[in-house]
Design a binder for this molecule. Structure first.
Ligand code: S3P
Length: 438
């Protein structure tokens, strides 16, 4: 059992008001490190996310011999080129994106590597990447379908792979291995999984075409380092947007947020629920449209969520569940079974934790049903070492009656360093506290 050594003390009452930025996009930050590591030349990266997951990827790149000059937590220069055999297993800690992308890269190297992580990461399925990589000729030994993964040198060849699930991590692992393969690699996807890999590799000179349903990579074009400015993470912004929508008197402005279409499902669904949101594009960063989101307290109504939009908001379902409890009428989510294999089984964990706050949620195999609005009451809830659970429960606490304690809350910094401080800056009463060992 994980020892809870930290918590957020959450007192409701205050509206959220003001303007802020959110930390850099996690998906783009992992990719900026790995792609620059294997590119020719020097890349300057700004706006990088210094969080638990991405730091694990950065340390792995360093363990592979990549020279990285850190100018500040968010800014670095990466000297790419040839990777070298690491002296020890690469430890990706809790980072699912980190291990899956890096396995694709390792499959094409001339040395053996071992990829591993925390006990949480060791429970996440890896067959979804090892199977297609083996079809490409990769030599990978897993631990019954889980990490640690041992990756040995092998000659890879391109394949056509019809992904059974819409996963950007799987798609990216195959495309990255495809850079080292003989012949073309083609991946089809059943839904619009995030396309950062495609955009970034193309910007770096890869010969890649993307029709939205089919991505084709032809190896051979050298990957050239390019500078990246990482935009703000919409998945982090979603917690502040949801809090503003459900807390009376709130108005929050978030600037510099990525508005990549493969990520904005949550904004579309909130708007369908009647949310008072203004979204304005202001420019482009790392190939993504970037803009400002203004979110004001709103009377939300229940909504049906299923099909294509699910993958476009896959990381937002924990916070969406909190918002749905505050909407009038029924909210019905289907096609979201992937939530069961994230850092935790997010359908079960969120339903169970919110039940401690009095919520009535019907969990289904691939989603949930709630009848709203429901008034939550304070409770002591548990973050389960899952950043998005910890942050969603904190927002639930801000809208509850009484004083909520979120135990094991520090994992918020796996994707959103300074989450409690950002909420405080907007007027919320959230205090991070250390708890002495039991
Ligand atoms: C990510 C892809 C998604 C997402 C994860 C980040 C990425 O996972 O849930 O937080 O950066 O590629 P899947 O690709 O497994 O759906």
């Amino acid at each position: 059992m994980h020892q809870a050594k930290d918590c957020f003390q959450v007192h409701p009452g205050a509206p959220l008001r003001g303007q802020t930025i959110v930390p850099g996009d996690k998906s783009i930050s992992h990719r900026a490190v790995f792609f620059s590591a294997i590119a020719h030349g020097t890349a300057h990266v700004r706006g990088w996310l210094p969080a638990g997951d991405t730091e694990a990827s950065l340390r792995s790149a360093q363990a592979l011999g990549v020279a990285i000059e850190r100018h500040s937590p968010t800014e670095m220069t990466i000297h790419g080129g040839t990777l070298h055999k690491p002296e020890a297993p690469l430890n990706l800690v809790n980072a699912g994106t980190g291990i899956r992308l890096l396995t694709g890269i390792m499959a094409g190297q001339a040395f053996e590597s071992v990829l591993d992580g925390s006990s949480q990461l060791r429970r996440r399925p890896m067959k979804r990447i090892t199977e297609p990589l083996k079809l490409m000729g990769a030599d990978i030994e897993s631990t019954n379908g889980y990490c640690p993964l041992i990756v040995r040198p092998a000659q890879l060849h391109g394949i056509r792979y019809d992904m059974p699930m819409a996963s950007a991590q799987v798609k990216s692992a195959i495309l990255l291995a495809g850079l080292y393969a003989e012949g073309e690699t083609l991946v089809t996807q059943p839904g619009p999984a995030r396309d950062h890999t495609e955009r970034m590799l193309r910007a770096m000179g890869a010969d890649l075409t993307d029709t939205g349903t089919e991505v084709t990579l032809r190896p051979g074009a050298p990957l050239r380092a390019v500078d990246f400015t990482v935009p703000g993470d919409l998945s982090s912004a979603a917690f502040l947007v949801a809090a503003a929508l459900i807390l009376p008197g709130s108005e929050v402005t978030l600037t510099g947020v990525s508005l990549n279409h493969t990520r904005t499902g949550i904004l579309d669904v909130f708007q369908q629920m009647g949310a008072d949101l203004t979204v304005t594009e202001t420019g482009l960063e790392a190939g993504d449209p970037v803009g400002t989101i203004v979110a004001r307290h709103s009377t939300l109504k229940g909504v049906q969520v299923g099909g294509e939009v699910v993958v476009r908001m896959i990381d937002e379902f924990p916070i969406f569940m909190v918002a749905a409890l505050h909407a009038e009428g029924e909210t019905f989510v289907r096609d979201a079974g992937e939530l069961r294999v994230k850092e935790t089984d997010r359908l079960k964990v969120m339903s169970d934790e919110l039940a401690k706050m009095g919520a009535v949620i019907t969990e289904t195999a691939d989603g949930f049903i709630v009848q709203g609005p429901q008034k939550l009451r304070a409770a002591t809830v548990y973050g389960h070492d899952d950043h998005r659970i910890s942050m969603s429960l904190t927002v639930a606490g801000l809208a509850a009656e009484g004083h909520t304690t979120v135990l094991d809350a520090r994992c918020a910094s796996d994707s959103f360093p300074g989450f409690a401080a950002t909420l405080q800056g907007l007027g919320a009463d959230v205090v991070e506290e250390a708890i002495a060992d039991a």
